[in-house]
Design a protein around this ligand. Structure first.
Ligand code: BGC
Length: 812
């Protein structure tokens, strides 16, 4: 069942009912000012850091669901309603929400009045613009009142939700004309404030929450709105809000437009005040003046759309499969940009006060956006590498505002160092910019111990190479990609963190998965060494990779007979083996070892993937492990803490489904690669939105596995490495347009009935116009013709002197 539809021409998902199975949200903002906005106008806004500089308040896990947002109320006689249905939940005659790329639109119609809202964050300003247009569609004159409402957060969202003994006494505001200023803590150490204004004279305002809502009311029945009259309250100590009242009379057919701006202002310390305790409003007034007419709003909206046009033109596909076109050209790349902006910080499942930027998460996210914003990817790589320790280990997380590694989780995750190679290699393959390798980059943000980025990569590889266990497999430390496989933790008391309890590294517990990564990124590192002319080092690295490959294929170490073992626990026992009672097979080593090419020649690759299909596949995707753990295993940690079928305990972890799909392309099985791709692909799961529940235009982190009561139900949408990996899968492996160090390679692996297709790809400043004749073949390039001339192999020689290159590929 669907609750809306895709409008590909406008790059929008059109939600047709406010009663979606879960709030379906969108993100506004692409630089420093961000908002989350749901299909019923819920959500919140922050500047740079969702924890430290939160502008508006949101209450997670509240009831009824998704209650706080930025709302407009319309009072028409005795009826009060909202264009986005919530929070009054007054039934609407018509409702529509269009989530677009960096903006959302709402349409609500009630009793002959129509309200259209367009909300977006302009490209270059720290504000959110909301244009509300009210139209009288009835045949009689209408006098209505419009009310706006936002609830301020007292900046630090963590403190805001806990420190009430202080917070109930600190709220401060100012009002000037239609502009309401939130200035809590400005008198002391803050030099920033927020403003909420409208480009028209107002009848009244409120800034004290109790006056607006009424003490025992809530946003669904605000007393002042029900009374039809705001009270001009001035917040003092208690919770500050901003609400405007506009009284409007509309003739039949008449429309009126209002532009609301929610902005963030920082003043230089010496220029904070206009007069004693009166804030300097000049920069706010200048900001508001930039959006005080419809024409200015139209221009800013056009600029936003232009920006996205440019980004989304870098990789486009035209195939006979609409769903693939839609995901590749619009939504998958959009989600990659959102994960770039947010990492894992702020979604409807990540509260914005918990996690910083993950080391491994950010490196993997980069794989999905490096082609869109290579300069910012470069900066990100340097930021990430700057948090690395001198011995090659890494902080697991760092703070976006300070860019420093944090001790919340600390270090010791065996896979982290190798992801830095993955990200850097992707950047160089995309841009050809090897100067990044010579950048001096600090360790642990200490400039006095800076070394080149190349040296950082060397230490990354070296760390894993020299930290091996009894089977010569890499030591796992606190965990590898699977944060919940905590083999050195041995926690028995509630409240102990699985990620920080116990030693950060043990001498026995090993990861086969990291072995697969070692082969994949060891090879990429060796290629980088070659590029730098370091042939001896490249040879040594390749020797280590070859040795690791043997270990992985050895039935006394990485191989279990029909699939790859997952790990060895701290007692030396196998994890993910037919010898185990529960958790006999895990997805990660099958996907990653095969995508690294391990077992391709020996037939073990095919065996491992066949086992995945036989043992882990479901109609909703490939589960992470089977059989699920039904009891808690102290020697395994968090993985066995979830009820069967959820999260890492046999859920369908969408992040590693593309690894299996990519692995299938490596052995040339296009039908199966695409089958795996489709199962978790939003454009396909849209049809079962009542089961899937999360947004049908983007990926979620996890879908409940076969053991779960609600098999097929999605959780944790938006901020997941799934976005990057599925884009890598579909764009580089299935459609096969893969950036190498030497140039673009075209080597598709598609289902037999996929048909001919074309890809436009801007790469290192050259536009490639690629057409593929498929000939019913799943994999194999018979002919590669570049600007009319036949070329050997699959790599298009890079020629910077050309602006456009025509490429014809004949499969066979
Ligand atoms: C984390 C990832 C991790 C994954 C699997 C996610 O929540 O952000 O870093 O790889 O879970 O455990």
């Amino acid at each position: 069942m669907k609750f809306g539809h895709f409008d590909d021409e406008h790059r929008e998902y059109v939600i047709e009912t406010p009663k979606t199975p879960l709030p379906w949200i969108n993100y506004l903002g692409s630089k420093e000012f961000f908002s989350l906005i749901s299909n019923t106008c819920g959500g919140y806004t922050f500047y740079k850091d969702a924890k430290l500089l939160r502008l508006t308040r949101y209450r997670y896990n509240d009831v009824p669901m998704d209650i706080n947002g930025k709302y407009f109320y319309i009072k028409d006689g005795d009826t009060v309603w909202n264009p986005g249905w919530k929070p009054t939940q007054t039934d609407l005659d018509e409702y529509e929400c269009r989530h677009g790329i960096g903006y959302s639109k709402f349409k609500g119609v009630k009793n002959g009045v129509r309200a259209d809202v367009l909300t977006f964050v302009p490209v270059n300003d720290n504000c959110e613009v909301s244009r509300l247009v009210v139209t009288n569609d009835s045949s009689a004159e209408k006098s209505i009142s419009i009310f706006s409402y936002v609830e301020w957060c007292l900046w630090n969202a963590d403190d805001d939700s806990r420190n009430f003994q202080r917070n109930f006494s600190t709220g401060e505001v100012e009002v000037k004309g239609s502009a309401i200023y939130h200035k809590t803590e400005y008198r002391e150490r803050r030099n920033h404030y927020a403003v909420y204004s409208v480009n028209a004279p107002i009848t009244a305002f409120d800034t004290a929450r109790d006056s607006f809502l009424g003490l025992y009311h809530y946003a669904g029945d605000p007393e002042a709105v029900l009374n039809g009259k705001l009270t001009n309250s001035m917040a003092s100590g208690w919770s500050p809000i901003a609400a405007h009242q506009l009284d409007v009379t509309l003739k039949p057919g008449e429309s009126k437009s209002y532009v609301f701006v929610l902005g963030y202002i920082e003043n230089p310390v010496e220029d904070k005040w206009e007069s004693h305790n009166v804030i300097n409003k000049k920069p706010a007034e200048a900001l508001l003046a930039k959006y005080d007419t419809d024409a200015k709003v139209d221009a800013a909206f056009a600029e936003l759309n232009d920006q996205w046009d440019k980004l989304l033109n870098i990789y486009t596909v035209d195939s006979s499969n609409d769903k693939v076109n839609r995901m590749v050209n619009i939504w998958n790349q959009y989600q990659c940009m959102v994960t770039f902006n947010m990492s894992r910080s702020a979604s409807y499942y990540e509260s914005g006060i918990g996690r910083g930027m993950g080391f491994r998460d950010s490196c993997q996210d980069l794989l999905g956006f490096v082609h869109l914003i290579p300069d910012r990817a470069r900066e990100r790589i340097i930021d990430i590498a700057s948090t690395q320790f001198q011995d090659g280990r890494a902080y697991h997380q760092y703070q976006p505002l300070t860019k420093k590694g944090n001790s919340d989780i600390g270090s010791g995750f065996g896979d982290d160092p190798l992801w830095l190679i993955a990200g850097t290699s992707a950047y160089i393959r995309e841009t050809g910019d090897t100067t990044i390798l010579d950048e001096m980059v600090p360790f642990d943000n200490d400039e006095s111990v800076a070394e080149t980025l190349m040296e950082h990569l060397r230490r990354s590889f070296g760390y894993v190479d020299t930290h091996r266990g009894p089977h010569r497999l890499p030591l796992i430390g606190r965990a590898d990609w699977n944060d919940c496989l905590n083999l050195n933790c041995h926690s028995t008391q509630p409240g102990e963190s699985f990620q920080t309890f116990g030693p950060s590294e043990g001498p026995v517990a090993e990861s086969v998965f990291i072995g697969g990564m070692f082969v994949k990124y060891g090879n990429e590192y060796a290629d980088i060494c070659d590029l730098k002319g370091l042939t001896d080092e490249a040879a040594k690295v390749r020797a280590s990779v070859a040795e690791m490959t043997e270990i992985l294929l050895d039935s006394g170490a990485g191989w279990d007979g029909e699939w790859f073992v997952r790990a060895y626990d701290s007692y030396g026992g196998k994890v993910g083996s037919k010898d185990c009672e529960e958790g006999q097979i895990y997805i990660e080593p099958q996907g990653f070892c095969v995508l690294a090419g391990v077992g391709k020649e020996t037939g073990q690759a095919q065996k491992a993937l066949d086992s995945v299909k036989a043992k882990l596949d479901t109609k909703y995707g490939v589960m992470i492990l089977q059989p699920a753990y039904t009891v808690y295993h102290e020697e395994l940690g968090e993985v066995s803490s979830y009820p069967p079928g959820y999260k890492e305990n046999a859920g369908i972890f969408c992040h590693n489904n593309p690894w299996v799909s990519i692995a299938e392309t490596v052995i040339g099985r296009g039908d199966r690669a695409f089958e795996v791709y489709k199962k978790t692909c939003p454009a396909y799961t849209e049809e079962i939105s009542e089961i899937h529940r999360t947004e049908p235009y983007i990926y979620c982190q996890m879908v409940a596995g076969a053991d779960a009561k609600f098999h097929g139900e999605g959780k944790n949408s938006w901020l997941t490495g799934t976005a990057a990996w599925t884009f890598v899968n579909i764009s580089q492996y299935i459609l096969g347009v893969y950036p190498t160090l030497k140039g673009l390679s075209v080597d598709p692996c598609v289902p037999a009935d996929f048909g001919d297709f074309s890809v436009k790809r801007v790469y290192r400043g050259v536009e490639y116009d690629i057409t593929v004749k498929q000939n019913g073949v799943q994999k194999g390039v018979k002919q590669l013709i570049v600007d009319g001339a036949q070329v050997e192999g699959t790599v298009i020689p890079y020629d910077a002197s050309k602006k456009t290159v025509k490429v014809e590929v004949v499969m066979g």
